[in-house]
Write a protein that binds this ligand. Structure first.
Ligand SMILES: [Cu+2]
Length: 347
């Protein structure tokens, strides 16, 4: 936390000369999507980045050893009879570029493009006998992931509380059949379609519906809540499961230019629907049952205002999320942390 102090002082100082009435606390923690609407005629651009790291594996929420994984049957075929490739680490990076514009006080239009990159390290083991490790390999993918167009509708606004709804249409546009070089249990390198979790997109069309409330608790404290559900309207051969996201956060206004936040995020996601018969390696990620589940995270973050570029004040947000509980379906990697940061500017 020590490194934050000079930053807080700097932002307080650099903000002191402004006459703008923007406040850092006006926006939710940076990882919360579609958290605010705009006044008539206002526009905003934003760029956000999120970084997630996963390692180790769990089965229905309980940690599981490599030996136990290797003893599990390969559900996608009899060759080999058991799982023989075990993921050890995964990094997922997402960059989102968005725009908002309010044609009226009641409606804000939102557009966003998302770019995704994924990297995974895996170990390959002998398929039978003493199951020695044959080697290690890495796979990666990166592509445009989704584009979305949405509308935020102001439902109610008073001095102490505001409510708005969201309806967004999201189209997954990236590829869903990225290939990678893998080390097979036969100790050969082979190029194959990577498992679902490594694909940048499922090429589905999704509907996002959400409702957000922000309540002023006192002069310096704010309590926000958001329920957001993403469901698949149509897809090609398979789709990531429908996703419900509940967020509730408390924000404290240190001064106009700095707001600190604490957030509880609860996620529920279904397993993958459909399948691609070409995805059939003896690895957990090739099985559509090994996706989705329940997760809870604690987020700690800060929003800053600074005058860097001409025009309206520059907004920055940083948030770190740590897992409180993970009950992912069947056999999956554990999430270690997520980091979100972003920049926003209004016009
Ligand atoms: Cu905005």
């Amino acid at each position: 936390m020590k490194f934050l102090l000079p930053l807080l002082l700097f932002t307080s100082y650099s903000y002191a000369d402004t006459k703008s009435n923007s406040r850092a606390i006006d926006h939710a923690p940076i990882g919360v999507m579609a958290d605010h609407y705009h006044k008539k005629g206002e526009a905003m651009i934003s760029i956000r980045h999120s970084h997630m790291k996963m390692s180790d594996n769990s089965y229905n929420g309980d940690s599981i050893s490599t030996q136990e994984i290797l003893a599990m049957p390969n559900p996608l075929g009899s060759m080999p009879a058991n799982l023989s490739v075990v993921p050890t680490e995964m990094i997922m990076k997402m960059t989102m570029v968005g725009g908002m514009y309010a044609p009226t006080n009641e409606i804000t239009i939102m557009a966003m493009g998302m770019f995704m990159s994924k990297d995974m390290d895996l170990n390959t083991y002998q398929p039978m006998m003493n199951r020695n490790q044959l080697g290690t390999f890495s796979t990666s993918s990166s592509d445009m992931s989704d584009i979305s167009l949405g509308v935020l509708i102001k439902l109610q606004e008073s001095e102490s509380s505001r409510w708005h709804g969201e309806v967004t249409l999201q189209k997954s546009v990236g590829s869903n059949d990225v290939k990678g070089e893998v080390l097979t249990p036969m100790n050969m390198n082979s190029s194959m379609i990577l498992p679902y979790g490594m694909q940048p997109s499922d090429r589905g069309t999704k509907l996002v519906v959400g409702v957000t409330n922000v309540t002023k608790l006192s002069e310096r404290w704010i309590w926000g809540s958001q329920l957001r559900r993403k469901s698949t309207l149509s897809n090609e051969s398979w789709a990531f499961g429908d996703h419900t996201d509940l967020n509730t956060w408390i924000q404290y206004e240190l001064n106009h230019a700095v707001a600190l936040s604490s957030r509880l995020q609860i996620i529920h996601q279904d397993k993958i629907s459909g399948n691609n018969p070409m995805i059939m390696a003896p690895v957990q990620t090739a099985n559509t049952e090994n996706y989705g589940g329940k997760e809870a995270y604690l987020g700690l973050g800060a929003n800053f205002l600074m005058h860097l570029l001409p025009g309206e004040v520059d907004r920055f947000g940083l948030e770190v999320l740590l897992p409180l509980a993970q009950d992912k379906n069947n056999l999956q990697m554990d999430t270690d942390y997520k980091i979100n940061f972003g920049y926003q500017k209004s016009f």
